[in-house]
Design a protein around this ligand. Structure first.
Ligand SMILES: [Zn+2]
Length: 426
C-alpha cells in the first residue's frame, strides 16, 4: 500500500511539472498533502497476513512455513504439518509462558489455550514478549493480540482466571476436556499442558488436573534469584508427579512454599527465562512431532553452565490419590505395553530386511564376502602372465595361523620371580 501511494504521489508530481500555468498547481499540491497524510496513516496500521490453508514446503520468501517444512527435507521430522493437529495449554503467561506461547505460535501449532489472571505491568518489561503499550491489559488478552498478528493460523483461546480458586479450577478442567478442536482424539482435548506458573499452589492445581485427566504435562520453573531453572516431563502413573517429588525440593533442599514471601521481590532475567522457555518448547516439539530424545528432567544452572538430567519414578507413597490410581493402571498395563513394544521392534526389523539401507547405489559400491576374496586371490595368482613374479606375498600366505604365543608364566615361575626380588631387596 505504501508503495502504491508513493507511485501516486510521483504521478501527481510529474503532472504538476507539466502544467504550464503555475496557478493551476495549487489543487495538485493539496492532493499531494492528502497523500502524505495517508502514507503516514498506513504506516501505523499493522499489516496482517492472511491465513494459510495448507503448510507448503515451497521455498519462496512469502511462505511463512518454508523454514519449518525444511525440517522434513533435512530428515529431522517425518511429518511437520502434523503440528497443526495439536492443542497445547499454557498455564501462566509470564516470563516463560509468554515466550513459549510465541515460539509455538511461530512454529504453527494448531491451537493454544492460555491461562493467567494477572495484568501486564511496567515491572514485566525486563522480560521478553509484552510491550509497554499493553500495560493494564490482562496478560491473556495482550498475548492473544500479539500472537494473532504473528500467526493468524493458530486457534487461540484466552482464559483470564486463577486455577487455584474453585471456580477457576472447574473452568480449567472443562476447557481441557473440550474436544471441539479434535473430536476423534483420545483422552482430553489437549495434547500437552505446559505449566509456566511461579508458585507452589498453582503447580499443585495443574498436577491435580493432569493426574485426574491422565494428561501428560511439562513443568517449568526459574529460581527466585533468576540464575537457574528446569523443565520436567510428567506422565501420570509413569513418572513422578509434582506431589511425588517437587523439583525444587529435590534440586536445592528448599521448600518452595517458604520461598514466596509477601513483599519480597523475586529477581528475573530475560536470558534465563528465554533459555528455559526454549528448552521447554524444544522438548514439546520433540514430544509432539516424535523426533530426538524427550528429556524427562533438564536443569539449567547459568552460573556454571551446567545442565543436569535425571529420571524420576513415581513415589508409591505419593499423597495424591489420583497419582496412586494412575500408578496402579500403569503396572496393570505392563504386559500389553511390552507386547506392543515387541511387535513394533519386529515390524521395524522386517522393514529393514525389505528395504536395504542403500537402495539406490549411486557409486556402484558392492560388498564382497570373504569366500569371494579367496577365490579372487586364487584365480589372479594363476592368471599372472609368464615371467612376472609377485612382489607382495599371496593373500594365502598371510592367512596361515599365527605362531603359538609363549605360555603365560606358571605359578612356579612367579614364585621364582618373587624369590629373586626378595634377594635383590635383602
Ligand atoms: Zn505422585
Amino acid at each position: 500500500m505504501e508503495a502504491e501511494l508513493k507511485d501516486m504521489w510521483n504521478d501527481l508530481e510529474s503532472m504538476k511539472q507539466s502544467l504550464t500555468d503555475p496557478s493551476l498547481r495549487g489543487p495538485v499540491d493539496k492532493l499531494q498533502l492528502h497523500l502524505e497524510r495517508l502514507t503516514n496513516l498506513s504506516k501505523s496500521v499493522p499489516v496482517r497476513r492472511s491465513k494459510v490453508k495448507d503448510m507448503s514446503a515451497e521455498v519462496v520468501d512469502s511462505n511463512p512455513y518454508s523454514r519449518l517444512m525444511a525440517l522434513q527435507r533435512m530428515g529431522i521430522v517425518e511429518n511437520y504439518e502434523r503440528i497443526r493437529e495439536f492443542s497445547v495449554a499454557i498455564v501462566g503467561i509470564g516470563g516463560v509462558g509468554s515466550v513459549a506461547a510465541e515460539m509455538l505460535t511461530r512454529c504453527g501449532i494448531g491451537r493454544l489455550l492460555l491461562y493467567d489472571y494477572d495484568k501486564v505491568e511496567l515491572a514485566n518489561m525486563n522480560r521478553l514478549f509484552f510491550r509497554p503499550d499493553q500495560v493494564g491489559m490482562t496478560k491473556t488478552d495482550a498475548a492473544v493480540q500479539t500472537l494473532e498478528d504473528i500467526n493468524p493460523d493458530v486457534v487461540l483461546e484466552s482464559y483470564t482466571l486463577n486455577i487455584t480458586t474453585v471456580q477457576g479450577f472447574e473452568t480449567f478442567m472443562s476447557s481441557l476436556r473440550n474436544k471441539s478442536f479434535s473430536p476423534t482424539k483420545e483422552g482430553s482435548g489437549v495434547d500437552l499442558v505446559l505449566s509456566c506458573v511461579d508458585n507452589y499452589e498453582a503447580r499443585m492445581a495443574v498436577n491435580q488436573a493432569c493426574n485426574e485427566l491422565k494428561q501428560t504435562w511439562m513443568e517449568s520453573g526459574v529460581s527466585e534469584d533468576a540464575v537457574s531453572g528446569h523443565i520436567q516431563l510428567l506422565i501420570p502413573g509413569e513418572t513422578a508427579c509434582f506431589a511425588c517429588a517437587p523439583p525444587l525440593v529435590v534440586a536445592s533442599g528448599i521448600d518452595e512454599r517458604t520461598l514466596k514471601r509477601e513483599g519480597v521481590c523475586a529477581a528475573s532475567l530475560p536470558t534465563t527465562m528465554g533459555v528455559v522457555a526454549g528448552l521447554l518448547v524444544q522438548n514439546t516439539l520433540k514430544f509432539l512431532l516424535k523426533f530426538g530424545h524427550v528429556s524427562p528432567y533438564l536443569g539449567y544452572n547459568s552460573l556454571k553452565d551446567y545442565f543436569p538430567t535425571m529420571e524420576m519414578r513415581p513415589n508409591p507413597q505419593c499423597s495424591n490419590v489420583a497419582c496412586l490410581e494412575r500408578q496402579k493402571e500403569f503396572i496393570i498395563a505392563k504386559p500389553a505395553r511390552d507386547a506392543a513394544a515387541k511387535a513394533k521392534m519386529e515390524a521395524e526389523a522386517l522393514t529393514v530386511e525389505e528395504f536395504p539401507l542403500h537402495a539406490d547405489n549411486e557409486w556402484n559400491i558392492s560388498v564382497v564376502d570373504e569366500v569371494e576374496i579367496e577365490t579372487v586371490g586364487a584365480t589372479s595368482s594363476d592368471a599372472l602372465p609368464e615371467g612376472l613374479v609377485r612382489e607382495l606375498p599371496n593373500a594365502d600366505e598371510s592367512q596361515h595361523p599365527p605362531p603359538v604365543e609363549p605360555a603365560a608364566p606358571s605359578l612356579d615361575d612367579l614364585e621364582d620371580l618373587r624369590r629373586q626380588l626378595e634377594a635383590l631387596n635383602s
